[in-house]
Ligand binder design. Sequence first.
Ligand code: KG4
Ligand code: ZN
Length: 347
Amino acid sequence: MLVLGIESSCDETAASIVEDGRFILSNVVSSQETIHAPYGGVVPEIASRHHLISLMPVIRAAIEPVGDPSAIDVIAVTNGPGLVGSLLVGIQGAKTLAWVWGKKLVAVNHLEAHLRAPFTGYPAAPPPLPPRRHLSLLVSGGHTILFLVDGDRREIIGATRDDAAGEAFDKVAKMLGLGYPGGRVIDQLSHQGDPHRYRLPRGLHKRGGLDFSFSGLKTAVLQLIGTLGDAVTEEIPNICASFQEAVVDSLVSKTAEALTTHAVDAVVMAGGVAANGGLRKAMESLCHARGIDFLVPPVPLCTDNAAMVASLGYELACSGAFSGSDLNAFSSSLWSRRGELRHPRGR
Ligand code: KG4
Ligand code: ZN
């Protein structure tokens, strides 16, 4: 089954064709990063307008490798969470194409789609199948959630109580005048800095169960910047490295704690922050030491893309979870603590 995935929840317009939920035949991403950079963050109105310009060229480029639309079986589109104006552009495009081409439509939750990325890959290097029992750490711009997955069952065992890890990266980058988006820049600058130069707080260290907290760390960086005054400029690589070390330490130590109470075969990591070099290395070492697998997508599949949307779309299509022309966008996602997702998929 060939699924065309469409993603427009934030500042990436993306389209992808995935075969049988696993094999990527095309993956096209048009980023608006440089357009929003001067504003220090995504401007929703500008984002929607650019999705409108990019959507059809991106879809056309994604379809090219399969020849023509007749080869596509299903269209999957992200309908939340995200910027409603941006989501509506993708949804309206998907609805229109589904009607014109006579295809079924599937609505996909963006966060759930991130969790599919580790099991999606190119035919030349087949992706792993989901391990039966594993921990899944979702670290994106707006969410930090640790799931215990057992077959079809998914339970939330930890989550951030305040900022998401990605949000902390973006806010600290902004404080240091490093622009938007911040994660990748901090990651790069960290290579030139000393991660032990400043001892920054690890939120909920040895308390709070498996929950995370990053707002105290963010405040500590702000205070450090104030204390350093003019000396801050030459200290930027050290601040970045010390901050990244604190985030990585928090994420890895809570995952390690979870591994002591839950016997699993693997740790799986997904979302934009999973692109972080320091985090990938530290999580790999943890899993190696515990003798379990560590599964993380290649960097381009950690950040927003439509292959993950098409991949989840395949699963939903197999279960008959189709949507109708009443499909709408929504800005935030509701997860119950037991890991159940209340996701409106339309009719
Ligand atoms: O998953 P994503 O692309 O979008 C959301 O669904 O939120 O995640 C975006 C987040 C941003 O906060 C960005 O700064 C962060 O991922 N990010 C990184 C890196 N690349 C992207 N954070 C740390 N290190 C990176 N290399
Ligand atoms: Zn995302």
